[in-house]
Design a binder for this molecule. Structure first.
Ligand SMILES: Cc1cc2nc3c(=O)[nH]c(=O)nc-3n(C[C@H](O)[C@H](O)[C@H](O)COP(=O)(O)O)c2cc1C
Length: 355
């Protein structure tokens, strides 16, 4: 029924409802009874994840529903994308459903309240003692008003303000919806950003920093980014963001109309390419660099494919829209069953086994 309405309106309605639920321990506990996941612990980058299925960036851009993701079975949540300056994003409509393909197109353009307001919201959840037990990360983007050559300062400002409040950060240089942002995936531009963040780290409590890449990057460009791992102390990669490409064949007029919209494509059509990127990153680093795999994970089979291609943690966005709130728990249970079938005692034993 909800699919009869505008995508963004449903999204806002849902997040608002989840935000309401988040305020009450009783309703969160009820949700947890229905949708919670069993434990499937992963230890990565010094953090303890109760299970490997996380909420991908873009779903909770304002930290409106921080406590609810745990109740819905997630093992971690990446909030944002957050920019230093508050911004409205692109004009609506800016989110479209390609239902027949299990896909979404979005050109939100980092609509978010800005790092200051985000920090206040996070602090408020902590003060209300509603902070989840799982790790929480922040996806950092560049403010639209900030010129590309001042990007490093923009990212560093957000990082400094939010640093003490969360467990890890993801530098997003791969969104297709901020003009020229993806040029920051260029090695020297990215180096400048990571150096600026490194300067803001507190030595006693350094926060793991991941870089999120586009599925549209050539392997050579990925390899250049990997050269920054050691000099900039990169914690890992998030692979991948949405793609600007479109599925090759589609004679369906409705799909053709949606695929003609500008923006990033997520969901099932992204699944294969994002796995290829994960496999490449794993191979190139000989499995030494943690990878968070994201892109078109709908089923246990999809999740397993990404784990065995080299992902130590996974994230979902589009499947939550199409499959509903039980999806994280289903994936955790399915992955746990596969490990058991194979006599594996932890997820790490399966990571990269198909590379
Ligand atoms: C509406 C929407 C907004 C998104 N916003 C962000 C964002 O702010 N930052 C980011 O790094 N990725 C963002 N993403 C990308 C997702 O985090 C994820 O990488 C992508 O959707 C692929 O995963 P999926 O196929 O499970 O959806 C967004 C995706 C969607 C659909």
């Amino acid at each position: 029924m909800l699919f009869g309405f505008d995508s963004e309106q449903i999204h806002n309605f849902t997040i608002k409802a989840l935000g309401g639920i988040s305020n009450s321990t009783v309703t969160c506990d009820l949700l947890q009874d229905f949708f919670g996941a069993p434990r499937l612990p992963v230890r990565l980058c010094g953090l303890n994840f109760p299970n490997p299925i996380g909420l991908a960036a873009g779903m909770d851009k304002r930290a409106a529903a921080v406590p609810v993701w745990e109740a819905l079975g997630f093992g971690f949540a990446e909030l944002g994308g957050v920019t230093w300056h508050a911004q409205p994003g692109n004009p609506a409509p800016r989110m479209f459903r390609a239902v027949k393909d299990g896909a979404l197109i979005n050109r939100m353009g980092f609509n978010n309240p800005g790092a200051e307001a985000m920090a206040d919201k996070l602090a408020a959840w902590k003060q209300a003692e509603r902070w989840p037990r799982h790790p929480v990360g922040i996806n950092l983007g560049k403010s639209k008003v900030t010129p590309l050559d001042q990007a490093a300062e923009d990212y560093a400002n957000s990082f400094r303000r939010l640093r003490s409040l969360v467990d890890f950060f993801v530098v997003n240089v791969s969104s297709p919806n901020t003009p020229n942002l993806r040029q920051l995936q260029d090695k020297s531009a990215l180096d400048e950003i990571l150096a600026a963040l490194q300067q803001q780290q507190v030595p006693d409590d350094p926060k793991p920093i991941f870089v999120k890449v586009a599925p549209d990057l050539a392997f050579e460009a990925l390899d250049e980014i990997l050269e920054l791992i050691t000099p900039r102390g990169l914690a890992g990669m998030v692979a991948t963001n949405t793609t600007i490409s479109r599925p090759e064949t589609s004679s369906d007029p409705e799909l053709q109309r949606i695929y003609a919209e500008a923006g990033g494509l997520s969901g099932k059509p992204l699944q294969k390419r994002s796995t290829e990127v994960i496999r490449h990153l794993f191979r190139h680093t000989k499995g030494t660099l943690p990878i968070i795999g994201v892109g078109g994970i709908f089923s246990v089979e999809d999740a397993w494919e990404k784990i065995t291609a080299g992902a130590s943690l996974l994230q979902i966005y589009t499947a939550l829209v199409y499959e509903g709130p039980g999806i994280a728990g289903q994936l955790v249970r399915g992955v746990a069953a596969r490990l058991e079938q194979r006599g594996m005692r932890s997820l790490s034993e399966a990571v990269g086994t198909a590379v």
